[in-house]
Design a protein around this ligand. Structure first.
Ligand code: ZN
Ligand code: ZN
Length: 283
């Protein structure tokens, strides 16, 4: 947490306009860290067939709904995150107000919602019904169960080899990546799972969303003076993923680096490219 705070101060100095989003992220992380210390989740029992299916058919090790959750802890975290959101900016404050109203009117059963927090479509459908911003609602729900999900992922980490999967979706849970990362001296490229946080290796020239490997239709762009970040564009599916070069920074948190570079998302959007995995701050 101290390292994170230091990095946040560094970014703030460079880009004072992002203070609001950086403060928000710091508070979210602090709330999640608090929950982690006393988290209680059941062990995940893997079946032998699952690993066979992984190797033979390319199925992920488990499904998202198979991660055990600490519902009490997630519930508390949801309330804390709503409070943080309320103080973050007027848009989030408005959303939190609507959510609270829906809870008070029994239109949201919070514990049930958190149990289903793994099903994005269900959450998005609910957001539609209640007139909520889907991105914000999804963020609040998924961030509340995140400590449980990450603890489950850590339990199973030893079951997988991150170097050999090479596919566009997570070998742990089957979700799409939210970010790509360059690590170690030779610049190996990895994807970061948007759901469970697992990292796995992929080819340098590769679109995780359509599996395009054609160099001619894969490009990247970056902002001047910011060589640690780039946007990888795919001309085939017109989607993009942000890449963070971890070799160019001392210590950091990929989610933070993503949130701290919304100007790159705007640039990609202006060029007509979409991001399959939203974050609550950028559109
Ligand atoms: Zn995953
Ligand atoms: Zn593509």
């Amino acid at each position: 947490m101290e390292k994170l705070k230091k990095r946040i101060q560094q970014i703030k100095k460079k880009r004072p306009g992002y203070g609001e989003i950086l403060d928000f992220y710091q508070k979210v992380k602090e709330a999640q860290d608090q929950v982690k210390a006393s988290l209680k989740i059941d062990p995940i029992r893997l079946k032998k067939e699952w690993k066979e299916l992984l190797a033979k058919e390319g199925f992920s090790l488990i499904h998202k709904e198979e991660f055990p959750l600490d519902i009490e802890a997630s519930h508390k975290l949801f309330r804390d995150l709503c409070q943080i959101g309320k103080e973050a900016n007027p848009h989030m404050a408005e959303q939190v107000k609507k959510i609270k109203k829906a809870i008070d009117n029994n239109k949201i059963d919070l514990k049930n919602l958190l149990k289903k927090g793994v099903k994005e479509q269900r959450i998005e459908q609910m957001a539609d019904e209640l007139g909520l911003d889907k991105k914000v609602f999804l963020f609040l729900v998924q961030s509340s169960i995140k400590p449980s999900i990450e603890a489950g992922m850590e339990q199973l980490r030893g079951e997988l080899d991150p170097e050999t999967w090479l596919k566009g979706y997570c070998p742990m849970c089957g979700s799409l990546p939210s970010l790509s990362l360059l690590k170690v001296e030779v610049g190996k490229r990895y994807l970061l799972c948007s759901f469970c946080g697992y990292h796995w290796r992929i080819d340098r020239i590769f679109c995780p969303f359509c599996e395009n490997k054609d160099q001619e239709s894969l490009h990247y762009l970056f902002a001047e003076g910011e060589e640690a970040y780039r946007i990888d564009l795919c001309e085939k599916c017109h989607q993009y993923i942000k890449t963070v070069d971890l070799r160019k920074m001392e210590e950091s948190d990929p989610f933070l680096e993503d949130l701290a570079t919304p100007h790159l998302d705007i640039l990609a959007k202006q060029k007509g490219y979409k991001k399959p995995i939203p974050n609550p701050w950028t559109t």
